[in-house]
Design a protein around this ligand. Structure first.
Ligand code: HEC
Length: 254
């Protein structure tokens, strides 16, 4: 296309038009106004959340989380003296958004560059998205998600109704998933309430395996136990709620 302009007004519009056309044609071009839901969260989820999520890796700072848009515990809500690991700022918190963008922009061989080597650095498009999103502080765009669906879990073994001898071990094979693509966290337990009789903290989405030693920490009394999973996706982690899924029963016999 060779545009020909006769009026000065049309000429002034040309750069804007050209960039709009380029944006429409070039899939690598970053959106002008990126949102959390459409652009930022997928980048953080696949590059950062395993170290800066619900369970931050040991040496990663624990006052912020890149799996959440909102603050889990805002500054000023942390008691005096502040509780350990508090506040828990979300990714849209001004300092976090700006620092995250600055860290990914560092040359990858500089100490402090994110993600740290040997993880490969973000693409230019991803860096641009984080920069533009951070530039929208104090209110980086959130965007809307079509639907919020709960996470799922499938048990591969044991089968429902399995019997084991008290004191022996049982292997639990599971796969967690989330129809919205969220990271799934949670636990498998044989108690009814959150945090009660936890067999396995599930760290991330996907397949996992855990051995339940029925003698640890103490031999559990014979009886039939209901195995449950308590799962949380991104929205539930923020709200500190969970989806409880009954996985089946296991009978611990003498
Ligand atoms: C392999 C684990 C790992 C991954 C992946 C990772 N980080 Fe980090 N991050 C760390 C560690 C460890 C530190 C603390 C050391 C430091 O500050 O350099 C840190 C520090 C930071 C800090 C500085 C916080 C502060 O106040 O000092 C920011 C911001 C950050 N990371 C953002 C990111 C972003 C954004 C990504 C993804 C693009 C990412 N990180 C990926 C481990 C990781």
């Amino acid at each position: 296309m060779t545009p020909s302009f006769t009026r000065p007004g049309a000429l002034a519009l040309f750069p804007l038009l050209a960039s709009l056309l380029a944006a429409a044609c070039d899939p690598d071009l970053a959106p002008e106004a990126p949102t959390w839901v459409d652009d930022v969260q997928p980048i953080l989820r696949s590059n950062c959340v395993r170290c800066h999520g619900e369970r931050n890796i040991l040496s990663a700072p624990d006052y912020f989380r890149l799996d959440l848009y909102d603050d889990l515990r805002p500054e000023g809500s942390c008691g005096n003296p502040p509780e350990r690991g508090c506040p828990k700022l979300g990714a849209a918190s001004p300092g976090v958004a700006v620092e995250a963008s600055a860290r990914v922009d560092l040359p990858s061989d500089v100490i402090g560059a994110m993600p740290p080597l040997p993880t490969r650095p973000l693409t230019d498009r991803q860096k641009t998205i984080l920069r533009r999103w951070a530039a929208a502080i104090p209110a980086p765009l959130r965007g809307v998600r079509a639907a919020e669906r709960p996470p799922t879990i499938t048990l591969r073994r044991p089968i429902d109704g399995t019997r084991v001898t008290a004191g022996s071990s049982l292997t639990i094979d599971y796969v967690t998933d989330d129809p919205d693509g969220d990271v799934v966290t949670g636990e498998i337990r044989f108690g009814a309430a959150r945090g009660e009789n936890v067999i396995a903290p599930i760290v991330n989405s996907g397949a996992g395996q855990v051995t339940w030693n029925t003698a640890m920490p103490a031999v559990i009394p014979p009886g039939t136990y209901i195995l449950r999973a308590g799962l949380a996706d991104d929205a539930q982690r923020g709200a500190q709620t969970e989806t409880v899924v009954v996985l089946g029963t296991v009978t611990v016999g003498p």
